[in-house]
Design a protein around this ligand. Structure first.
Ligand SMILES: [Fe+2]
Length: 321
């Protein structure tokens, strides 16, 4: 594979790291100052689709910077020119449709952070790519930190080989309680009616089953979704045999509305979860958003999250195969 391409110039950004020989994110810029317009970008993308896609897999994160990408329509045109199939979002985050393939990333309060996750990690068909566009950078904060997931697995194996073996063997089980109707505005504030797109409990249950969840209705009208057994790590094709930390153990363990345990009911030791949370933070990478940035994540390689922000901030998202 050729690692350079005349249509893009490799740049730098503050905060990028070299992990296992790969720069993350790989910054791609116009090859010349007058090649930053949308037409030049779309032409460069169309001519180098395969190369670009290989770079996303090789470097896990690719940041397009220095182009005149102004709004959701421009962002959508970039997505269209790659031609990847869309994966419809399913999950607890409140999102608004903006334009064609483009959605707001999360309508929850900007003052909250969003914990690291692989997009739609608990759904059978999770997207291969998460693509973000910065329309308005935050006044302060609002970064989208990300973590090479295989590093978390490596560190956990080193520090907790026994528990890791047990979790791999028994696999994991999660519960998530969704309230009825939309709760107060929060990250996970969507009611089950909204999540499943129906107010008929029987239909919601059918849809949940299709996604591999069991439902337990609670007296107050809320519902507990039980997911699993789910694997702790996964190896995806073409990712150098790396073991991705493809689970949501830290995000769901011991929370008000969620839990994570081994599938046979064995508790995961508190110190293991706590240390895992530290490892995730230690391994994280973050850069400052600039207006017009378009960021491509390999969702099978990276966890991502969001730092709290001072408004205004508008980052839009698309999820693709
Ligand atoms: Fe996300």
């Amino acid at each position: 594979m050729e690692f350079s391409c005349k249509a893009f110039k490799v740049g730098k950004c503050e905060g990028q790291k070299v992990v296992d020989g790969e720069t993350m994110p790989l910054v791609l810029q116009p090859p010349e100052p007058n090649k930053g317009d949308m037409d030049s970008l779309l032409f460069a993308v169309k001519e180098n689709k395969e190369w670009f896609e290989q770079m996303i897999i090789k470097n896990s994160a690719v940041l397009l910077r220095g182009y005149n990408v102004n709004n959701a329509q421009d962002f959508n045109e970039i997505l269209e020119s790659f031609g990847w199939d869309d994966v419809r979002y399913f999950g607890p985050a409140p999102r608004k449709h903006v334009y064609k393939r483009v959605w707001t990333a999360n309508e929850g309060p900007l003052s909250d952070s969003i914990y690291y996750h692989h997009e739609m990690v608990l759904i059978k068909e999770s997207p291969g790519k998460v693509i973000l566009f910065c329309e308005i950078p935050a006044l302060e904060g609002g970064q989208t930190p990300f973590v090479p997931s295989f590093r978390v697995t490596e560190m956990m194996l080193k520090e907790f080989p026994k528990v890791m073996e047990e979790m791999e063997e028994k696999r994991l089980k999660y519960t998530l309680t969704a309230l009825s109707k939309n709760d107060k505005p929060s990250m996970r504030g969507r009611g089950w009616e909204d999540v499943f797109g129906t107010s008929d409990p029987a239909e919601a249950e059918r849809r949940a089953k299709a996604l591999g969840m069991d439902m337990e209705w609670l007296p107050n009208g809320s519902v507990k979704a039980i997911l699993g057994p789910a694997s702790l790590t996964k190896v995806f094709d073409g990712r150098k045999g790396r073991r991705t930390w493809f689970n949501t153990l830290v995000g769901m363990h011991g929370k008000e509305h969620s839990s994570a345990m081994m599938a046979d009911g064995t508790e995961i030791p508190e110190n293991v979860v706590k240390r895992c949370e530290e490892i995730v933070e230690e391994e994280s990478i973050q850069f400052e958003w600039e207006k017009g940035d378009v960021l491509f994540f390999d969702n099978f390689a990276l966890l991502h999250g969001r730092r709290p922000a001072l408004p205004p901030r508008r980052v839009l998202v698309a999820t693709c195969k």
